[in-house]
Design a protein around this ligand. Structure first.
Ligand code: URA
Length: 228
């Protein structure tokens, strides 16, 4: 992984700003990155602040050209449960906070239905800058930003991860399956329990899928260590 990062760094210095590759390749590289991130000893765990500082005023991919604010993530830095979305929308881009628009309000209600609050969990996205017109992030943008999400996951150290929608579910599970096939069960990756579910923006457009999303949240609730 280190050699690959160095090679990509040299290529960037030479002016190469993207490499064409298939989604399966992105997933494969992402799963190597996961192994690297999770094999770090807990005592030497990186802080979220250090990861944010490393991102800086990022220009690593083309999304920087149209963004207003980098949306790093928010919530409990020691959360047991972490939610991962796709990328900031217009309101998040203005606020610099994840999930503050209409989809965010639904996510807040989903979290509260689990008898939790936004302050109890950690929320982040696969890409930290808004894709223009809210388009789906492209493979090179995901590949550039995913290592930072991996490092955030390693820094927070959650036991449970809820991936919202296809982008986050596929990126973190290293799968090309649609979310409708990935949801409904717990996936285990390096000691982490991952529950994919529908993205709240999709649920706003397709309310008949809320029942299935609630089943997914109940899987998480069975695993969550509620006090008392
Ligand atoms: N959609 C996402 O995937 N993330 C956000 O932060 C907002 C909307």
């Amino acid at each position: 992984m280190g050699d690959l990062q160095r090679t990509l760094g040299h290529l960037r210095e030479l002016g190469v700003h993207g490499i064409a590759c298939r989604p399966e390749t992105v997933c494969r590289v992402a799963s190597w990155a996961a192994l690297t991130a999770r094999s770090r000893p807990a005592a030497g765990r990186e802080t979220l602040a250090a990861i944010r500082a490393d991102i800086g005023e990022c220009t690593r991919c083309k999304l920087h050209r149209s963004r207003s604010k980098i949306v790093f993530g928010s919530g409990n830095p020691k959360a047991v449960l972490m939610f991962v979305g796709e990328g900031p929308g217009q309101e998040e881009d203005r606020a610099g906070e994840p999930f503050v628009g209409a989809a965010g309000q639904l996510l807040t209600r989903m979290i509260e239905a689990m008898r939790l609050s936004r302050d109890a969990v950690y929320i982040a996205n696969v890409v930290k800058c808004r894709p223009p017109g809210n388009r789906t992030p492209e493979a090179d943008e995901i590949a550039t930003c995913l290592p930072f999400l991996r490092r955030q996951i390693a820094a927070v150290g959650p036991r449970l991860l809820c991936t919202l929608g296809a982008c986050a579910s596929q990126a973190l599970l290293g799968s090309a399956e649609p979310v409708s096939r990935l949801r409904g069960r717990i996936h285990e990756r390096e000691g982490l329990k991952i529950v994919p579910t529908y993205h709240p923006a999709y649920l706003l457009r397709t309310p008949e899928k809320k029942r299935e999303a609630w089943e997914d949240l109940k899987l998480l609730m069975k695993e969550y260590p509620y006090e008392g």
